[in-house]
Design a protein around this ligand. Sequence first.
Ligand code: F6P
Length: 364
Amino acid sequence: MATIKRIGVLTGGGDCPGLNAVIRAVTKTAINEYGVEVVGFRDGFKGLVENDYVPLDLRAVSGIAHLGGTILGTTNRDNPFNFHRVINGQDHFSDRSQEAIANMEKLGLGGLVVIGGDGSLNIAYRFYQMGVPVVGVPKTIDNDLSATDITFGFYTAVTTASEALDKLHTTAESHHRVMILEVMGRYAGWIALYAGLSGGADVILIPEIPYHIEAVVKKIRQRHQQTKKFSIIVVAEGAAPVGGEMVVQKLVPTSHDPIRLGGIGNQLAEQIEEITGIETRVTVLGHLQRGGQPIPYDRILATRYGVAATENLIEGNVGVMVSLQGTRITTVPLQEAVKEIRKVPLDSDMIRAAKAVGISFGAE
Ligand code: F6P
C-alpha cells in the first residue's frame, strides 16, 4: 500500500449539528497521528467536481467543535453523477464523476472522508466502486440510516424539539388549546417519537403508524373531560392518515431526493378544530432543528466518528461507514449502510414506553 500523504474531506446533504466537530477530528487525527495533510472541499460534491477546496490545518479547525453548520458549506442538490447546471436558461445534467476523480488525483489525495446522509453516502459508494478509497460518516438529524444505532445531530434536533414542546405546554395550558408541533424526519418518525416522549406529548404521529383522526380526537376529548383542557400533539412531517398520503410541500427537481415534505400539521389542525371546536394552533419547527450548537453528546459522537473514519481511511479499511453499535464505534460496508432507510420498528421499546405513559399514536 502506497503511503498516504494527503486526504480530502467534504460535508454533503442537509447540514446538521456536529459537522464541524467531525471536520476538526478528521483534520487533527490525520495531522497529529499520521502526519497526513487534509483538504476540505467546499459545498459538498460540488467542490469536488469544480476543484474548489481549502487546505485544512490545525489552526483552521481550532475552536469549531461547538459550532453549528459546517465551515466547508454543503448542498443537498449536487450529484457528480447527474450534475445540474443552467446553461442559457436551460437545465443541463451530466455525469462529471471522472472530473471529480481527476481532481482528487491532481491533488494527490489518498482517500476521501464523506460526511453525509443516505444521498451523499450513496454517491460515496459509487466513487468507491470506481476505485476511490472512501470512508463515510453517518450524519442526519433524521436518524434514518441503517447500519448505525445513532447518527450525529439527531439528539441535538430532539433537544430543540423537546425545548419547543416545553414552551408550547405553558401557552397551551393558559389558553386551553390544542398545540401541534410539526417536526422533520422525512420518512421516519425518530425525531417525533423521541421529542414527544421527552416533551410530554399527548399524541405522537409518525409515518410508521398511519393514524385515524377519530383516535386523535378521542384522546383530546378524554383529556379535556378527565384531566387537562389542553393537548400537545407532535406530528412528523412524513406522518399520514390511514389510507391517506404524506403532505408534500414542494419538489426540488435538481436534488437527488426531490421531495420536500411539510404541511401535515396544518391539515391536522383544521380537522381537529372542525370536529372538536377546540382552538388548535400549529408550530412548524423546520430548520431550527438543524441549526445551532450541537449538544455535548453530538460533539462527542461526531469526534469519535471523525477519528475512526480517519484511522480507517489511512490504514486502508475503505468502502466502509463508521457506525455506532451499542457503545462501540465500528465499521460497516458502505453497501450495507445505503441499502435502506431505517424506520422506527413497531415493536420498539420506545413505542411501548410511550404507550405505557398514556401517549396515543392515533391508531386505536
Ligand atoms: O434530511 C434532513 C432534513 O432536514 C429532513 O428532515 C427534511 O425533510 C429535509 O432535510 C429538508 O430539506 P431542505 O433543507 O432542503 O428543506
